[in-house]
Ligand binder design. Structure first.
Ligand code: ASP
Length: 436
């Protein structure tokens, strides 16, 4: 059994709806579809969700949002008319337009994009429509209630052989609508997959899976065929994002694989995310990801290694300043704290003073404008010579490595380089492992 989630660009107009229908009907195992709201049709277009947020915002400021709402209306009316769907979409739109100014939070408005797309898709397929407001629950404090949701979704969905359930929203105990954070239809897809105990969660988007490196840095990077949940976590931490972070947990818990597929290239196998991958990546590594915007504080003190509680005091200073640290490479008489530069900038003076007070170091140096690059691969631990290949590539590219951290996950090697070397470093690593 397959649960298929379709992103906004997959359902942005009637042609895209027809592609989605073809995909869903081509395999009877695809029994539950989770749609997003209509996305952009071209670069200058608007996402319906953005327009809905804007309507709420205007109404909340006492402004008339009729013009913006008219744009939303046209999008849906066109899809319904072009597909000759027998749904009273005009009536639904009237009701939404009337209610938006009455709602205290933006969640109701924002959720309607998925709701209307769900009604249209269900009509196009002749499938049942299930409203997530009847089975996806949030608690009074606004956090997602996964236990209650799991029970109610399983009970409700398994009564339908084929159903469409809109993504992105659910309901609060007081009956009001609540949405996940942006991109949250991915989360609904994962919840539905877990609830019905699917064999596969397909996430249909407009790219044919994850790439081994950022295409803005490396030209035409190779696609990742298979990746484990853990590797994905490492890569997305470093900024490689295709899926909503919270979408991983429900399916990971249940061991359900995720397949990232492309609605515009439906025969392409995409990327498969698995609990345990079969075999190792051909290149020895799975992918490379990195980010700029880090800073390193290097604290030096003679005989630091023998001083009890030194590390704790450094971290106490970091914690007192409300900063979460990213990495903590240490030497014998040095300890480095890697932070987001933005976080450091907010508390710099206080943090340095506190570190001096608490640890009495010989010196503190701050290296700014650092970039971190993670080279991730589940096979890396078992293969000899991986680190030497990585560092040889960086040295050949004249990149100076300022920090090294081979995470205890043993899935990756993280290097810190100066921001201006970032692109060269990523290309050098890519060339050494993937593009040999
Ligand atoms: N439509 C929502 C958004 O734009 C949710 C989603 O597409 O996943 O964030």
């Amino acid at each position: 059994m397959i649960v298929a989630k379709f992103g906004g660009s997959s359902l942005s107009d009637s042609d895209q709806f027809l592609k989605v229908r073809r995909i869903l009907l081509s395999d009877p195992a695809r029994r539950y579809a989770v749609p997003s709201a209509p996305g952009r049709r071209h670069d200058c277009d608007h996402k319906v969700t953005d327009l809905l947020y804007r309507c709420h915002d205007m109404a909340a400021h006492g402004r008339d949002c009729a013009q913006v709402f008219a744009e939303i209306r046209t999008r849906y009316m066109n899809i319904a008319a072009e597909l000759k769907l027998d749904v009273d979409i005009g009536g639904k739109l009237d009701e939404i337009e009337r209610r938006i100014p009455l709602e205290p939070t933006p969640d109701y408005a924002a959720s309607r994009g998925e709701c209307l797309n769900g009604l249209l898709l269900a009509a196009l397929l002749g499938w049942d429509y299930v409203d997530p407001a009847d089975c996806v629950w949030f608690r009074d404090d606004g956090t997602f209630d996964s236990e209650r949701t799991q029970i109610d979704c399983a009970r409700l969905l398994l009564r339908h052989n084929y159903a469409v359930i809109p993504g992105f929203y659910g309901r609060m105990p007081d009956g009001s609508v609540r949405t996940f954070s942006r991109g949250g239809s991915d989360v609904t897809g994962a919840i539905v997959a877990r609830a019905v105990d699917a064999d596969l969660y397909e996430n249909w988007t407009d790219v044919s899976g994850f790439l081994t490196a950022d295409p803005r840095v490396v030209k035409n990077p190779r696609r990742i065929e298979q990746i484990t949940y853990r590797e994905l976590r490492e890569l997305s931490y470093m900024g490689a994002t295709v899926l909503h972070e919270d979408a991983i947990f429900p399916v990971r818990k249940a061991g359900i694989p995720i397949n990232i597929r492309n609605t515009n290239e439906p025969d392409h196998p995409g990327t498969l995310i698995l609990p345990h991958a079969q075999g190792e990546p051909l290149a020895g590594i799975t992918g490379i990801a990195g980010r700029k915007g880090f800073a390193i504080i290097v604290i030096e003190k003679a005989m630091m290694n023998a001083e009890l509680g030194f590390g704790r005091r450094v971290l106490q200073a970091v914690e007192e300043c409300g900063i979460s640290f990213e990495h903590l490479p240490t030497g014998i008489d040095t300890m480095c704290v890697v932070l987001h530069k933005e976080a450091l900038d907010k508390a710099r003076g206080r943090l340095i003073t506190r570190i001096y007070e608490l640890t009495e170091p010989d010196s503190i140096e701050i290296h700014e404008d650092m970039a971190l690059i993670a080279t991730v691969g589940r096979g890396m631990v078992r293969q000899r010579g991986m680190a030497s290949r990585l560092f040889a590539a960086l040295s050949d590219a004249q990149v100076n490595v300022r920090m090294i951290d081979q995470g205890s996950s043993e899935l990756n090697i993280i290097v810190g380089v100066s921001s201006e070397d970032f692109e060269d470093a990523v290309r050098a690593i890519y060339a050494a492992f993937i593009d040999e």
